[in-house]
Write a protein that binds this ligand. Structure first.
Ligand SMILES: *Cc1c(COP(=O)(O)O)cnc(C)c1O
Length: 439
């Protein structure tokens, strides 16, 4: 809030060009339906903290051991973030400094591997993430990457296949988790295989971490050596990453392997891999905002929110099934729904474009065994975290599926697109976000 009680009025007075850009984004977020599964709306306090003056502080290092003076209060913020993360995920170790999920993964792989070692992750085209070994990412360029896939019929990971691959290629680390996997990640089954082949097990819970925190998705902590996440997806915090371990342990590997002869704890190796390994100064305003968001996630109301996310996704997937949509894995256990549009004779790309014009934001997505390129795709991915934050529930889910279906069935009908856009806009008006901006 600036002068005259007008939101962002200081920006307006200082730079009207950028102010206009910001206001267009405010309207877009407030007046359209956000169905991108990896997005959410942070609370207004988290927004305020992310915009706070802690952005000014250099704090290379960790609380109590910084390379700069004046860190007393940012230390307190980072300690709160780490303590709350440990409580939230029931773990021994948390590093809240990674600027993003990709940085968290990079630091983790640098801790456990040497360049050229073999990693094994879920194929990008089958729901994995770029940082799990894709050839266009550091993870596929620095390491020898082997990918496992999902089964064509079930859309789920087949653990006999994963075991066969792991036996054959002897990966040093197995990565479980992904960006477009609608089902629970089966940490226990990955653990069995990792133990049998002597691999480390890393879970990337970037997508379901809010559901894990709420107890609605199994926890990776008892099974995985190391766990990474983003903080901005179902967890509803500021954009960022985090690395955790259920239990710390000693290790002799990694880029920062001891030269002193003393075996280091993996926590020490991970800390050095984050800074100075892949990052410099931490974003203290974002770390403080993470602390605030973790505090919100520890509140009992977050469990209700997370349950609503899952209930809404189930309602939506049932509505889609009843309209003859083919869903990868036949439905969802989480906030993610992956739709194969092949039987509707529409590509992911054209669906994304038409829906965007109608005020419904989704992303085109490869489906397993997709015959189309990543730029076209046969599917779309949708998710419920953001619309659930707005307070929408089952009636709205049914309506939204109806609106999507109307567009998909008549993809070039501009009239219908315009009508849908006004329905979307009035729906959004009934579920306001950031009312604080309009006081
Ligand atoms: C979103 C995501 C990431 C990366 O997050 P960024 O913050 O965009 O770098 C990593 N892993 C998985 C599985 C993700 O879904």
């Amino acid at each position: 809030m600036g002068a005259n009680n007008e939101p962002y009025s200081f920006i307006k007075d200082n730079d009207s060009e950028l102010y206009n850009v910001l206001m267009r984004e405010v309207s877009r977020e407030e007046e359209t339906l956000e169905l991108i599964a990896s997005e959410n709306f942070v609370s207004y306090p988290v927004l305020e903290m992310a915009g706070s003056l802690m952005t000014n502080k250099y704090a290379e290092g960790y609380p109590g051991a910084r390379y700069y003076g004046g860190c007393e209060f940012v230390d307190q913020a980072e300690d709160l973030a780490r303590d709350r993360a440990k409580k939230l995920f029931n773990c021994d170790y948390a590093n809240v400094q990674p600027h993003s999920g990709s940085q968290a993964n990079m630091a983790t792989l640098m801790t456990f591997l040497s360049v050229g070692d073999t990693i094994m992750g879920l194929d990008l085209a089958h729901g994995g993430h770029l940082t799990h070994g894709s050839s266009v990412s550091f993870s596929g360029q620095l390491y020898n990457s082997v990918s496992y896939q999902v089964e064509e019929g079930t859309g789920r990971v087949n653990f006999d296949d994963v075991y066969d691959l792991a036996k054959k290629y002897q990966p040093k680390i197995i990565i479980c988790g992904g960006s477009a996997y609608p089902r629970h990640i089966e940490f226990d089954k990955f653990r069995e295989i990792a133990s049998k082949v002597g691999a480390f097990l890393m879970a990337d819970i970037a997508h379901p971490s809010g559901l894990v925190a709420a107890g609605l998705h199994p926890s990776p902590m008892p099974y995985c050596d190391v766990v990474t996440t983003t903080t901005h997806k179902t967890l509803r915090g500021p954009r960022g990453g985090m690395i955790m371990m259920g239990k710390d342990f000693e290790n002799e590997w990694g880029i920062t392997a001891p030269k002193s002869g003393r075996t280091k704890l993996v926590s020490e190796l991970l800390n050095s891999a984050v800074m100075p390994g892949v990052q410099g100064g931490p974003l203290m305003h974002i770390i403080a905002a993470k602390a605030l968001a973790f505090g919100e996630a520890l509140d009992p109301s977050f469990k209700v929110y997370a349950q609503n996310i899952v209930d809404n996704a189930k309602t939506m997937s049932n509505e889609l099934l009843s309209k003859d949509y083919r869903l990868i894995s036949g439905g969802t256990d989480t906030h993610v729904i992956l739709i194969d549009l092949t039987n509707k004779n529409v590509t992911g790309k054209s669906a994304e474009k038409a829906l965007e014009k109608a005020g419904i934001t989704v992303n085109k997505n490869m489906i397993p065994f997709d015959k189309r390129s990543p730029f076209i795709t046969s599917g779309i991915r949708i998710g419920t975290p953001a619309i659930t934050t707005r307070g929408m529930s089952s009636d709205e889910m049914a309506l939204i599926v109806q609106l999507i279906d109307d567009i998909i069935n008549d993809i070039d009908n501009e009239d219908k697109i315009n009508k849908t856009r006004s329905t979307v806009s009035s729906l959004c008006k009934s579920f306001p976000i950031y009312s604080e901006l309009h006081k």
